[in-house]
Ligand binder design. Structure first.
Ligand SMILES: [Zn+2]
Length: 146
């Protein structure tokens, strides 16, 4: 088992400790940042795996290349490839959904126009009904003020 440790300055006062361990084609990566501890997003591990040296304060920048060299053929590389293809599928589905919604909107175009003109007519009517009510309310308030 190989082990490489980095200290990465994040938003906290104390640098986070990012540890990579390789056993065969398995890479285990841990980080002490709050995101990682809460099993949420941690950018520190991935940024090092993507050869980013930003924030590394442990002085072992050469080790970033070593960790990156572990990626080829590893379980992490396979997992990231699955994430990439899932994201591509999600984008394709999103595009298909938008096309379907555009087609639906176009098909309903005539109905929507009729509704809009009816809405305008109703709006005009309610304006006529609303004005006297507002005047009455205003008069009542002025009377109450006296
Ligand atoms: Zn982290």
């Amino acid at each position: 088992m190989e082990r490489i440790e980095f200290r990465v300055q994040g938003s906290a006062a104390e640098p986070y400790v990012v540890v990579f361990e390789r056993t065969g084609d398995n890479i285990d990566a841990r980080c002490t940042c709050p995101g990682s501890r809460m099993a949420k997003r941690c950018k520190h591990r991935l940024s090092i795996l993507y050869a980013c040296t930003d924030g590394i304060v442990s002085g072992n920048l050469d080790d970033v290349g070593r960790v990156c060299s572990w990626m080829a053929g590893s379980d992490v590389e396979a997992a990231l490839a699955r994430v990439d293809s899932a994201e591509a599928a999600w984008k394709a589905a999103k595009g298909a959904l938008k096309s379907a919604q555009d087609a639906e909107r176009a098909a309903k175009g005539g109905t929507a126009d009729r509704k809009d003109s009816a809405g305008v007519r109703n709006g005009t009517l309610s304006q006529f009904h609303g004005v006297p009510r507002r005047l009455i309310m205003a008069r009542r308030m002025r009377l109450a003020d006296r």
